[in-house]
Ligand binder design. Structure first.
Ligand SMILES: NC(=O)c1ccc[n+]([C@@H]2O[C@H](COP(=O)([O-])OP(=O)(O)OC[C@H]3O[C@@H](n4cnc5c(N)ncnc54)[C@H](OP(=O)(O)O)[C@@H]3O)[C@@H](O)[C@H]2O)c1
Length: 304
């Protein structure tokens, strides 16, 4: 099916998979706004993409997803006419340090960046997603690690202790955040008519080339140069193709709340699909961000 050229927002577009999918979308003719919390990185990404591909439409903007104020000011400073056909929540953190880090807003950093920031950013952008030309799309880059039984310590989201005050483990924080991101995605899908926008979660696969950035020393070398060649790994270039598919494939306008792995529809974990847990996370996220959506527990938007 023919893909109409879209206006796309990509968070975490300064490097890694965000940078990769921003480049691929721009090269395919889409209009891309990538965000980075680092001005040098954002500028470099745009410069390199423009150098590689003639007459592409790509810009960058500063956005620190660990700060609610930064998210609000990013949206406030967008031109009033700016709409997005696609919003891609790609930025994410996987901490290595056993010391818990808190954001300026008092939230554990992994949960804040990976799950609360997509919640707040989507809330602030809610009237700018989609257009009369067609429904919009929100893409949440989660991970297969949201599943119970995935490698490493067990996912365990405790609503009494979301910030892991009583026992912090960076891997648990990551898994919890990726589960929470799917709670957000699926609850948003339940609240939004498809004529406004659809919402899809995805996992890009295990991509050692970009995940290497989070580790150091010998592990980084292994991840960068050896692991990408092993059969269980996904090459960054393939992950980016799968991300582009979930972002702009027209077929996906006919469904919502999908969880995509390798361009195939997969079943997210039972907890991720649990509507009661999704609503509970939503209420907690509203309190934590101060972003109260209209009509709680009911569709947010009229049909277009
Ligand atoms: N690679 C994998 O194997 C894998 C597997 C499953 C899911 N994922 C998910 O895929 C997404 C991309 O991962 P990746 O492999 O490309 O990781 P990456 O190379 O580490 O990139 C992470 C991106 O997130 C940005 N970011 C981190 N904290 C931020 C903040 N506070 N504000 C704004 N941006 C921030 C980083 O920007 P800075 O340069 O400023 O740090 C960077 O652009 C993540 O959500 C990750 O969880 C990855």
């Amino acid at each position: 099916m023919e893909v109409r050229m879209k206006s796309v927002l990509v968070t975490g577009g300064g490097r890694g998979l965000g940078r990769g999918v921003a480049e691929r979308l721009a090269a395919s003719g889409h209009r891309v706004l990538l965000t980075s919390r680092n001005a040098e990185e954002g500028e470099r990404a745009v410069h390199e993409i423009r150098r590689e591909h003639a007459s592409v439409s790509v810009e960058w903007a500063l956005l620190d997803l660990a700060s609610n104020a930064s998210i609000r000011s990013f949206v406030r400073e967008l031109p009033s006419h700016r709409h997005f056909d696609v919003v891609m929540h790609v930025a994410g953190v996987l901490q290595q340090s056993p010391t818990r880090r808190m954001t300026v807003d008092g939230i554990e950093e992994t949960l804040a960046v990976n799950a609360l920031a997509p919640f707040l950013l989507t809330h602030e952008l809610r009237n700018r997603i989609g257009s009369p030309r067609g429904p919009g799309r929100v893409v949440c880059v989660s991970s297969q690690l949201h599943r119970p039984g995935s490698r490493g310590p067990e996912v365990h989201f405790d609503f009494e202790d979301p910030n892991l005050e009583h026992g912090y483990d960076p891997d648990v924080a990551y898994k919890n955040s990726k589960l929470a991101m799917l709670w957000f995605a699926f609850e948003l899908a339940r609240r939004t008519p498809r004529s406004r926008f659809t919402v899809h979660g995805m996992c890009p696969g295990f991509v050692p080339e970009t995940a290497a950035h989070s580790v150091h020393g010998m592990r980084r070398l292994l991840m960068r140069y050896l692991l990408p060649h092993l059969p269980f790994a996904t090459r960054a270039r393939d992950a980016v193709v799968a991300m582009e598919y979930v972002a702009v494939e027209p077929e996906l306008d006919h469904s919502t709340a999908g969880f995509w792995v390798n361009r195939e529809l997969a079943l997210a974990s039972r907890d991720a699909r649990d509507a009661e847990l999704g609503k509970r996370f939503w209420r907690w996220a509203e309190q934590a961000t101060g972003a109260v959506w209209l009509l709680p527990d009911r569709p947010q938007f009229a049909e277009r």
